[in-house]
Structures are given as C-alpha cells and as structure tokens.
Design a protein around this ligand. Sequence first.
Ligand code: COA
Length: 282
Amino acid sequence: MLRNDLLAGRSILITGAGTGLGRAMALRCAELGAGVFLVARREAPLEETAREIRARGGRAAWATADVRDFAAVERAVARAAEEFETPDSLVNNAAGNFLARTERLSPNAFAAIVGIVLQGSFHCTLALARRWIEAGHSGNILNIVTTYAATGSPFVIPSAAAKSGVLAMTRSLAVEWARYRIRVNAIAPGPFPTEGAWSRLVPSAAAEQEWLAQHPMRRFGRPEELADLAAFLLSDRADYINGECVTIDGGASACAPGGFRHLLDAPVEFWEQLEEQRRRRP
Ligand code: COA
C-alpha cells in the first residue's frame, strides 16, 4: 500500500526516537524517503538508530533533549534547522509511564509523567509550529496517545491524565491551526511489546499471558504496523485527515475499555512485589 517514495522530500522530527515505537517509526519514515531528525534523552540509542538508518541508505540526524525542558527543545529544533533541515512534521512520541497505586504516588511522580507526555508534547508542538506559522509553511503533527486516553485507566493515572490532555490538544489545534495548513492527528495504540513499555507495565510473564488471553486477536501489535499507520497519516495522501485519532489495537478496546482494569483484583502482594522490584532496580 505504501509506495517507497511516499515521504520523499519530507523531514520529520520524532521524539523518543532512540528506542521502541519511536525508533520503528523513524526507520520506516526514512525507508519511505523522509529525512528524520531524532530526539531523545540518551545519546547512545539515538546514535545507533541514526547509524542504522544511514546504513540502509536513509537520511538521519539527532540531538539529545529532555522534552520537559522547553529551552532544550528549542535548541534541538534550531540544530535540526542548521545542521539538517527544518522539519515539516513532528511526531510527539516521547512518553513515560509506570504502574502504581495512585495513593502511593508522590507529586513529583505525577509531575514527571505529565511533564514528559503533556508538557513535552506541547513544547515540541510550540517550537515547531511557531516556525511554520512565521514562515508561512504548512506542517504536520502526529501525537502518539493510547487507547485509555479516551476512557481513563486505573493504576496509570498520570499517564491517563496526560494522554487525554494530548488528545484534547490534538482536536483543539487541528481546528485552530487548519487555517495555517497544519494538520494535527493522533494514533491510539493498544499493547505493543517494546522494552520500555513492557519493563514498566507488564511485570511478569504470567501477567503478559493473562493480557494476551483477553485480547480478541490473541496477539499484541507489531511496531512496524504502527509505523506504517504513522507514515500514512504523515503523508500527503492523508491531507484531508485532521483532528482524528486512529486506534490500532487489534480490537482490544472494542472488546473492553483499554488500560489496566484487569489489575483491579490483583492482590496486595502483587503491588508490594512491584514496589520491591523498583526499589531493587539500580
Ligand atoms: N512508581 C512510583 N513512582 C515512581 C516510579 C514508579 N515505578 N518511578 C519513578 N517514580 C517517581 C520517583 O520516585 C520520583 O518521585 P520522588 O522524587 O517523589 O521520589 C519521580 O517519579 C521522578 O522519578 P525519576 O526517576 O527521578 O524521574 P526521571 O525523570 O528520571 O524518569 C520516569 C522519568 C519515571 C518516567 C522514568 O521511568 C522514565 O524515564 N521513563 C521513560 C520511558 C518510559 O517510561 N517508557 C514507557 C512508555 S509506555
């Protein structure tokens, strides 16, 4: 379905691009002809992803930034413009999440997740859209949310609150900035096994099997499936899609609301073990 030149001539900034779904989207967009500018906190995964893209004949550059820091985001965007090219598209993918009983959270834990997901998405959006609007360029924003952004979910309250904020921002800006030819869409993924998500959200092999057994397709998503959807939504072929959130979860949220309701009956030992695992982590 996707032609090899689908994104030729395009330039896409992707946050959280060193690992997981961000990396998969970067590889696929580059394969389809886009130059990709990778942003994340850690240098090593960015370097490795850029190297892989170049080895496959694609164009990639990167800068480290914590998206919670607006000045750092501004520096990354400026660097993209100087050393690479001004991105015409943005994928807000950087995220943070963990399972926790809400009454055990510290205000700082809440702030860490909301800072990355909601403020971070706003920071990147603002930094790029200001440049597009000032220069009279069109633009394209794709926000990676989650199926529980629409329904809420227990045990991931900071993430649920932040992601639903990003979804509201998607629909609001799609309307406000349509006059500038800036499209704003979202993808709501269900379960996709990446190291980052699984290490924080799926505490054991038994929990994974239980989750799988409840899934209508009895399988999780494949990163390349999400990457293809992202590439399509970013492409000109999707020019009339604006303010939309596309779910990709194999029917899981049609079957039952997304999120972590299956943990409502988890015994107190489950939570104690999770907290103990975290204490032991370096
Ligand atoms: N349960 C409860 N609280 C937690 C927690 C957990 N599993 N992990 C971290 N916190 C709390 C910390 O205790 C701290 O609060 P405190 O200062 O009151 O003690 C606060 O959250 C910030 O933690 P810290 O490790 O200093 O933040 P950070 O900015 O270095 O890391 C995280 C941010 C916590 C989101 C970290 O997990 C991360 O970097 N994640 C990125 C990748 C990711 O989450 N991917 C999954 C996407 S689905």
